[in-house]
Ligand binder design. Structure first.
Ligand code: FES
Ligand SMILES: [Fe+2]
Length: 423
């Protein structure tokens, strides 16, 4: 199966459109990608206290992220070891124990079975091997508060998997000495498009100006000094299919780039934050943290946007042409109200469900999917931008997307090759 054509000599990179519409390919993605890669489950600040829990859907599984009385955070499979019912039906809360709706088996918040009606029907050592406890996902690791699960027991460590993408996560996490926290609530929406389209779109600065023109026109009208909107920086191919673009942009960043639509007081605050960063990290790194934006794609389905607000996004296919998306928003712990307000305005204006970005992006993705579903005579997508450029890719090039596709292709080809070897 020819998935990509990666022609360095000709500076041409093509992706076969069947990968967006084919059911057999989706089944293979589930087996080879979603069952084997590290998948984002949430941020540790979502369950800060003992007993805190949140229901999560990750890689198609119903999970329960729970902070146990023993102070350990776990991802439990949210299914009753008795006959399978979903044990926890609330989206979030705080509980010492969970009781199954069906036959009322109950479990401590570390998953251990502690009660069952009609005990006399079972032997005393019924749960001696622990198989009647709620099962935990064994591979559960975190980096700087970002927590991941892996359904493959033999997977490499999260640390190794993230590789040099950690440098960019650090730039986000280092923004605040007190650490980042998630803001209440998760945005959930679905898009009639293949999941890989949002992976591409999230590290695609090329589409910024045309797709989000209205937003940039508004930015220009708000800032008399802004003669020309510039989005300048670099695109980087990272380890294991990850990618990033890092660039300057005209919008305000609550860490620590002031914009004229904000209150004048905030200008001083932003300068102070910047000074603090210079003290902690030196001029160059402080400038990167404060004034550079970064959109990080962690293969296969996590995007961390550190732009006019800090967000994360994860997505999963329910069919080749349909995905469910979850959006998170982050901010420094204990941020002053005025900063939080500026951050939230920024977020809503561009990234929120009624903002200038998300609805337009989703429209673009659905327009593409329409062709993959129906115009099957046209077979290849072009992702070549920047391949012929000397001296490294720009942020508006497509190298960071090629990183994703190269890994994607490697994983799927390996699985095809194994099959051939078995025949
Ligand atoms: S299915 Fe949960 S107690 Fe029976
Ligand atoms: Fe966009």
């Amino acid at each position: 199966m020819e998935i990509i054509r990666d022609n360095i000599e000709k500076s041409e990179f093509l992706v076969h459109r069947s990968v967006f519409a084919d059911k057999e390919i989706l089944a293979r993605e589930r087996a080879e990608i979603f069952n084997k890669c590290w998948l984002f489950i949430g941020h540790e600040t979502e369950v800060p206290e003992k007993g805190d829990y949140r229901r999560k859907k990750v890689g198609g599984r119903n999970l329960l992220l729970v902070h146990g009385q023993d102070d350990v955070i776990r991802a439990l499979y949210n299914t009753c070891p008795h006959r399978g019912a979903l044990v926890c039906r609330e989206n979030e809360g705080n509980a010492r124990a969970f009781r199954c709706f069906y036959h009322a088996w109950s479990f401590k918040n570390d998953g251990e079975l502690v009660g069952m009606p009609g005990k006399d029907g079972f032997p005393k050592d019924f749960n001696a091997d622990g198989t009647k406890n709620m099962k935990a996902v064994n591979r559960f690791e975190s980096y700087r508060g970002f927590m991941f699960v892996n359904f493959d027991e033999d997977a490499i460590s999260l640390d190794e998997y993230l590789g040099n993408a950690k440098e960019y996560i650090d730039l986000v996490a280092d923004q605040s000495e007190s650490g980042l926290e998630t803001l209440g609530g998760i945005q959930e929406y679905s898009v009639r498009a293949n999941w890989k389209l949002i992976a591409e779109n999230s590290v695609d600065l090329y589409h910024g100006m045309p797709t989000h023109k209205t937003y940039f026109d508004i930015k220009q009208s708000q800032d008399a000094d802004l003669k020309r909107v510039k989005l300048e920086g670099k695109g980087v191919q990272l380890d294991n299919g990850h990618g990033v673009m890092e660039y300057v942009a005209p919008w305000g960043r609550p860490i620590a780039q002031w914009t004229p639509i904000w209150d004048d007081n905030l200008k001083k605050d932003m300068e102070e934050i910047k000074e603090g960063l210079v003290e902690r990290f030196g001029e160059e790194r402080a400038d990167r943290i404060a004034n550079y934006n970064r959109n990080i794609l962690i293969f296969p389905n996590l995007v961390i946007n550190d732009i006019m607000a800090i967000t994360a996004r994860t997505f999963y296919p329910t069919s080749p042409g349909y995905m469910e998306v979850q959006g998170y928003s982050f901010a420094p712990k204990g941020e002053p109200d005025a900063h939080r307000k500026a951050r939230n305005t920024n977020f809503l204006e561009f990234l929120g469900p009624g903002g200038f970005a998300t609805p337009d992006d989703n429209e673009a993705l659905e327009l593409c999917q329409e062709a993959y579903n129906n115009n099957t005579e046209v077979q290849w997508n072009d992702i070549s931008k920047g391949m012929s450029r000397e001296g490294g890719a720009l942020a508006t090039d497509e190298l960071q997307m090629r990183s994703f596709w190269r890994q994607y292709n490697a994983v799927l080809q390996e699985s095809y090759n194994k099959e051939v070897a078995l025949k």
